[in-house]
Design a protein around this ligand. Sequence first.
Ligand code: JCF
Length: 673
Amino acid sequence: MMVPKAIQADAKVLREEINAHNHRYYVLDDPQITDQAYDRLFRQLQKLEADYPVLQTADSPTQRVGSTPATHFESVQHEMQMLSLDNAFDEAEMFAFEKRLRDRSQLESETLYFTAEPKLDGLAISLLYEQGLLTRAATRGDGNTGENITANAKTIASIPLKLRGKDVPKRLEVRGEVYIKHADFDLLNQQQGESGGRVFANPRNAAAGSLRLLDSRITASRPLTFCSYGIGTTKDVDLSNSHFQRMLMLKKMGFPISPFIECVSGVEACIEYYRSVMKKREDLSFEIDGVVFKLDDIQLQEKVGFVSRAPRWAIAYKFPAQEVMTTLLDVDFQVGRTGALTPVARLEPVAVGGVKVSNATLHNMDEIMRKDIRIGDVVIIRRAGDVIPEVVAPVSNKRKQDLRQPQMPTHCPVCNSEVVRSEGQAAYRCTGGLVCDAQRKEAIKHFASRKAMDIDGLGNKLIEQMVDLDMIHSPADLYHLDLPQLSGLERMAEKSANNLLSALQNSRLTTLAKFIYALGIREVGEATAEALSAYFGSIETLQKADIETMQQVEDVGPVVAENVFHFFQQQKNRLIIEDLIGQGVNWPDPEVEIAADKQPLLGRTYVITGTLEGLSRDQAATQLKALGAKVSGSVSSKTSAVIAGEKPGSKVTKAESLGIDILDQAAYEALLK
Ligand code: JCF
């Protein structure tokens, strides 16, 4: 078919433009156009190629959508073996690595330079470029023989289909890692779950599974990313003797390289680099499991050579594993502040992420059942960053005999009250309330915590000790403590007792929001406490509010409203609040919040008198204030209207004399609308 010259030129321009944008995005990390603009260019090219199929060149970005499935993967012989890496797990092993290098190279005191980069947790592939075009991609396999995954590799947007630049090598083999970023992995697994597909255990498995699909159209839909780390066979390429310089050359040719790659001198600097990457680890958008160091001098590399499958000139200094296996010895149940019983795994102690762990959370009973975790199982423990270690899953093929399922106790392990499960909720709860020492301890810890009453120096251990000694039963009891009582405690000198008393004194002045939060009402966090404080303005108004009024507060739904209402219904809670206020806990009046776009009554002043049906005067005042109005206690010429319920007093007479409007309950309700 004849293709008009102008159309050929258009296709070429589009191809080059799209490839340039790809390069800016994946290699330079500096995109110039929006995703939508990119999609527009892409569709224009697709249209031209559909009209004139001969325009579909091998390097066309439209080739990344995948093609019809293969029946199997051809095998590929690697011309140069694909090496794996030796590991180091501590500094001593890094120094041993250096010593081996010096012994082999007979360099005693010269500075050794190393290229350093984070070690991606993905899988290694080889990309072969002939006359500048990607002609073959292969997995590492056993290092000698891999699988031909060219169709799949072509769908990965960060793999160049064509080399950039004028110097086109006859042959160039580029090696690197295929991986999936955290966010992409989460999204992929969510989609897989929704469509009933395979849910992957981690990004590495997802990357491996996606790269080994016979249908490259499915691979095209998987969010795979490529990063290069080295060069294999070459023909007709001018190569630097520095590994670092070679990597910069790859970048120029259009390959993504690690944004963290550096050349450092000496093993001490390697260790420093390792520490700095370890600090960044949690903030990276992808999983890494260590740092790779390579002797930078290629001639030296050749001199020191390699053993079986790993080079002597490189090493992977691994981070402490974040996932390890150990035995689940038992499951205990911990009682939280709201009485919820949480299953806690007691483990054969094991080091995870550099810390010895003997307990981990099992989240809840549903999770235990879903994962089929049994007491005695070998389990996978995960500890990432500063989060609480968790049991990820049992290793089911290690289960040798029938094992017992953990059972939720029928009675609280602390106070022996009955344990119940509310309908539709995951949590089982102890019904003991503040009778339960566990709940009492947690309630007081929460009350004293920084974001609540902020009682400095009142640590968890101290609270536990005082509850165990029956010194305190409720948060209010804290303010009854005196010096002789405190000085009698374990590890409590008179000075610290005095410090604690003054911390208690300082905590008496607080804010309404912090006070509400400190009460520890179920599901009332800081933000909800703030909103309740702003809406109701006083603890009395809040205590008297009904469930419907509470739901007027932003983000307060029926469940939270019910929790708050139920909390204040209970006599014992009201007594504790009364006691706290009696002990001098106080706060300035909060500003009552008015939504800027919802102030139809701004500038108006109302006076409320008499009894309204189903509504206290405080509640009515709150409703009016929420609409921007002012509420005053006495009638004057500035009064906009008087709201009069049953049995109004003299205020109505005064209003009549001043000619001010009087609204009955129906008129008031109409006003609110
Ligand atoms: O990031 C990696 N996973 C990675 C693997 C980086 C490297 O520089 C590697 C590698 C495997 C082998 N270098 C070799 C030689």
